[in-house]
Design a protein around this ligand. Structure first.
Ligand code: F0G
Length: 450
């Protein structure tokens, strides 16, 4: 099995090592499955130098600010601008599409709906391929090429594959995509095709695709770019760094994120802990994870097994991005929830669809999986976990255009369930109107809506 090494031969000493999240064994190299050789648990990237010489918080803040005025491609990336907290690599080796630099929007209408006036959305759907995956992919693809791999591969519910295919293409590598047949949106599939991936639609679900990928990387010289790959999580960490910078280093009280394979919540949590360790922030936001009721493995794992062992589920939800029943990073996410004091909730299909339309009505929009955050916030407010004088940031993980079938179905009314549900979303639905091509018909329609 080929090893992925932390050292950069002949250039400079690496600034990181691979550390097991369970037994804390430290290594310079990791196997292709990114699992601990001693106990088999997941690996994370660890920066041993921080023990004796931590980067200076003030200096970091000012050099990150200065880099915004630079025209160097690595400074123009909203991920590599924060490279002091990432594994080191030569600038010339970086594969970037100018990812990151995503907006932080206020959500005034959703604030009124939830009764939380200071409500923001960090919109990761504004990344180059339309999802938060780009933040992690720029780092992991860079290290894949640096390690000499010709092929990269992933299992995906769609966004990872779109992102991986794009970064592989930019970096001159081939990519292999394993997706569940019929269970990912056409938009995401079309991205992978256009970026030149070898795309296999497997007759199984995401969990089946991921299992197969694990076997494949043990046998073939293919570099896996799922979020088991700890370089992915390092890149995704920068979402939280950029967010804190946008808030002038005043931590919000809550960050709310959707949970699927649980890589993103793990990455954001790692960032928050590191920012506190380095003195960039003094308090930790509570990081909460929201899942779809039909794909609620973490919810059940925490409620029914006290977070001690994973309870897998057979996943079913129309929010196909998070249709995942056996999340790989559940232990990392459980740790983050415990450390930051966050909550874990589940929301119904109806609640997701309604919340998605409410975010759309702000002129922002997102894909269904992202909308679980607003739906979850409503529950957390009802439970008194989120107070109305607190600041809340929802992480919107994917762009509205990622799943047009869902959106059109909602507005046409294909998805309404009971009469009460249909009534509850009536004012949010804006179905297209088919008319004769006459001025009179258009004017009468205008009057009807006046
Ligand atoms: N939101 C979107 C839009 C996603 O695509 C995903 C995961 C998540 C949330 C959940 O994030 O897995 O880090 O907990 N998408 C995967 C994929 C797994 O293959 O694109 P997570």
């Amino acid at each position: 099995m080929s090893l992925v090494s932390s050292s950069i031969e002949g250039v400079r000493e690496a600034n990181f090592r691979f550390r097991c999240i369970a037994c804390h064994d430290l290594r310079d190299a990791a196997g292709q499955d990114f699992r601990c050789e001693k106990c088999g648990d997941l690996l994370e990237i660890h920066y041993p130098d921080w023990k004796d010489s931590k980067p200076d918080a003030g200096q970091l803040k000012s050099s990150w600010k200065d880099r915004r005025l630079s025209s160097n491609p690595v400074d123009l990336s909203g991920v590599w601008r924060f490279r002091d907290l990432l594994p080191t690599v030569e600038d010339k080796d970086v594969i970037t599409l100018r990812e990151g630099n995503t907006p932080l929007y206020e959500l005034p209408q959703c604030a009124r709906i939830t009764g939380v006036p200071r409500l923001f959305a960090k919109h990761q759907g504004m990344n180059p391929t339309g999802s938060f995956k780009d933040g992690g992919m720029t780092v992991a693809a860079t290290f894949a090429r640096r390690a000499g791999f010709r092929w990269v591969a992933c299992a995906s519910t769609g966004n990872t594959s779109a992102s991986m295919a794009a970064y592989a293409a930019r970096g001159g590598m081939r990519s292999l995509v394993l997706v569940p047949d019929g269970k990912i949106s056409w938009s995401k599939l079309s991205q992978a095709l256009d970026y030149g991936a070898v795309t296999c639609q497997l007759r199984t679900d995401f969990d089946g695709c991921l299992r197969l990928l694990q076997e494949l990387v043990r046998q073939a010289p293919v570099y896996q770019l799922n979020s088991i790959n700890p370089f992915r999580l390092e890149g995704q960490k920068t979402l939280a760094i950029e967010l804190l910078e946008q808030l002038d280093w005043q931590p919000p009280d809550h960050i709310i994120v959707p949970g699927g394979n649980l890589g993103n919540s793990s990455a954001i949590g790692k960032a928050l802990l590191e920012l506190r360790e380095l003195g960039l922030i003094s308090s930790l936001p509570k990081l909460s994870v929201i899942q779809a009721e039909g794909a609620n493995a973490l919810v059940r794992t925490l409620r029914e097994a006290g977070g001690k062992r994973l309870i897998s589920v057979t996943a079913e939800t129309r929010a196909t991005a998070i249709r995942i029943g056996n999340p790989a990073s559940w232990k990392k996410a459980a740790h983050v929830l415990e450390t930051t004091g966050g909550a874990c909730e589940q929301v119904s299909e109806f609640e997701i669809a309604k919340a998605k339309a409410e975010i759309g009505a702000e002129g922002i929009g997102c894909e269904p999986a992202s909308a679980v955050t607003l739906a979850g916030l409503k529950k957390l407010v009802q439970q008194g976990f989120v107070k109305n004088d607190e600041t809340v940031v929802l992480v919107l993980t994917g762009n509205l255009l990622k799943d047009p079938d869902f959106t059109i179905g909602f507005h046409r009314g294909d998805m309404s369930g009971s009469i009460q549900e249909a009534e509850a979303v009536a004012s949010l639905r804006h179905p297209p109107i088919v008319l004769d091509a006459s001025l009179d018909a258009v004017i009468r329609t205008l009057e009807r809506f006046n």
